[in-house]
Design a protein around this ligand. Structure first.
Ligand code: B12
Ligand code: SF4
Length: 467
């Protein structure tokens, strides 16, 4: 017997945001929807970024009261967390409400306090747990579940991580719309975007990173899906641009090569974006095939140009290795984006300001740079706590020091940005994204005419941030 007739899988994020958060579907929530699909009467997936009428909690509540008997909400980001809490707490309290996601797992107690209508919180990866909830397994027997009972909250033991070879992949037919590259409400490219996960976890142990940990601090050992199942999923993807959101697409180069071969063999023509480590440069055959298969953008974690800091972060690479790798990578028609961290322990201003120079020396097309952050289960937390003069104000927040507080790091950030993104670089980026096909000439012309709108959006966002 089916326990729930109609479940709503809700992505509660909307409002002005930076480009990247608008561009991709809510992958985790889609995994949840796919896992419960055959066990409930019907699943509706609502992504509020694209559902203007339902951004009004009254309108959404009316829909929920009329149609829904199970509400499943995904809370993933630190950013906009309070807005999301406000929104969720206004939804009908009489409907069974389950919340999950990375941020929800970190904030279980707070969420139960903040949103009296939340009945249950699923901690960590939720595919197996949601199946138990919808099939009526008693709450006390569901590992990984926190739930209300007798005016208090019960936290069951953690759930073992699900076997990714058995998890159904997201059912894209549940979506009501396509995803685009949007900045401040302005569509920048006519291409549609999607994500796909071929592995979970990462075998490396960089000190600052919690990518391969779920927010319970459970290390996700590296696990692969079969290449055949990845191709099967890819065939259901209609988007022009696909981000493989694996922590590192090239962890197992032999498998990456097989995937490239299968993409070519099956004539799957898309622009692929991957997260990678510089190690991939040691495998020119894989790179040749990746380029041929349509891999056009590499997002590469470099973190620092300085050996001392790379060692401190346990990144497992050196400056010379980065230089050698980029001498190879820049031979390919691939857009290279680098991630850096600044404000590391013991890092001087001069060292931080070397980031833009180094990034230009190795010929990165673009960079993003973030302050060092501390998360609840990050191994770096202890190091920061033990280093005199260094501190953080909250979990998930940035690390500061007596020498480099918020103001000093902001000035350094602005200098890194302006020294890297000068006019020749902007012209180079514009040409390159066009050359690799990420945007078309028409997109660029259209973006030019939308510049006033973009500037208005940017100004509005700055105003909102100051408030
Ligand atoms: C791929 C990825 C991206 C992709 C986008 C992916 C997407 N589809 O949106 C890109 C590269 C664009 C990206 C960007 C960013 N990311 Co990111 N990203 C990831 C990464 C590596 C994988 C996410 C993923 O697909 N996981 C797989 C899915 C299946 O897992 P999941 O989403 O957690 O969902 C599971 C559970 O949480 C749960 N669940 C989720 N929702 C629900 C709902 C219900 C009802 C239930 C029951 C369960 C449930 O079940 C799901 C299935 O197992 C994670 C790290 C990680 N390994 O998780 C970081 C991560 C999510 N990103 C993070 C961050 C900080 C960012 C950025 C802010 C970085 C930045 N400063 O630019 C940006 C965000 C955009 C922006 N700039 O504002 C943080 C979030 C931390 C936080 N609390 O805010 C993470 C956790 C990494 C980290 N530890 O720092 N990211
Ligand atoms: S930074 Fe990259 S390589 Fe290092 S542990 Fe995280 S995902 Fe793995």
């Amino acid at each position: 017997m089916i326990k729930y007739k109609h479940a709503l899988a809700l992505n509660p994020y909307f409002g002005d945001s930076n480009t990247i958060r608008w561009t991709f579907p809510p992958t985790g929530l889609e995994y949840i929807a796919a896992s419960m699909k055959d066990l409930v009467g019907k699943v509706t997936l609502l992504d509020l970024r694209y559902e203007k009428p339902y951004q009004d909690p009254k309108a959404l509540s009316k829909f929920i009261r009329n149609e829904i008997d199970l509400l499943c909400v995904s809370i993933r980001w630190e950013s906009r967390f309070e807005n999301v809490c406000d929104f969720v707490s206004q939804l009908p309290s009489e409907i069974c409400t389950v919340v999950g996601g990375y941020k929800a797992t970190e904030e279980v107690e707070y969420l139960f306090d903040r949103c009296p209508n939340i009945d249950m919180i699923v901690r960590g990866e939720g595919e197996e747990i949601i199946k138990q909830i919808v099939t009526g397994v008693p709450y006390k027997d569901i590992r990984g579940l926190s739930y209300r009972e007798n005016g208090g909250v019960v936290h069951n033991k953690i759930h073992p991580l699900p076997d990714i070879t058995r998890i159904p992949f997201p059912d894209r037919s549940l979506r009501k719309h396509d995803y685009y590259l949007v900045k401040h409400g302005v569509r920048l490219s006519s291409h549609t975007f999607d994500t796909l996960l071929t592995t979970r976890g990462c075998p490396f142990k960089c000190k600052f990173c919690t990518f391969s940990l779920n927010p319970l601090g459970q290390k996700r050992s590296y696990a692969e899906r079969s290449v055949e199942s990845v191709i099967e999923e890819l065939k259901t993807v209609t988007a022009d641009v696909v981000l493989f959101s694996d922590d590192n697409f090239f962890t197992n180069p032999k498998r990456s090569e097989q995937l490239c071969d299968l993409i070519i063999e099956n004539k799957i023509k898309k622009i692929f974006v991957v997260q990678a480590r510089i190690d991939v440069a040691k495998h020119p055959r894989v790179l040749d095939k990746a380029e041929k298969a349509g891999f056009k953008v590499f997002l590469i974690g470099i973190e620092s140009p300085h050996d001392r800091i790379l060692k401190q972060l346990d990144k497992g690479i050196t400056q010379q290795q980065v230089r050698d790798a980029f001498a190879v990578l820049t031979q390919y028609n691939i857009y290279l984006h680098g991630y850096f961290i600044y404000g590391n322990i013991g890092e001087t201003k001069e060292e931080m300001l070397y980031i833009p120079k180094f990034a230009k020396e190795i010929k990165l097309d673009s960079i993003t740079f973030q302050k060092l952050r501390v998360e609840r289960f990050s191994p770096l937390k202890e190091v920061v706590e033990e280093t005199p003069g260094y501190y953080y104000n909250r979990i998930g927040g940035s690390v500061y020091s007596d020498h480099y507080g918020r103001k000093e790091l902001k000035q350094i950030r602005n200098r890194i940005r302006s020294e890297f993104y000068d006019l020749p670089k902007i012209i180079h980026i514009t040409r390159k994204v066009r050359r690799i096909g990420l945007v078309s000439g028409r997109d660029l012309t259209s973006a030019f005419f939308k510049l006033p709108l973009l500037m208005y959006g940017l100004a509005r966002r700055k105003r909102e941030r100051r408030r």
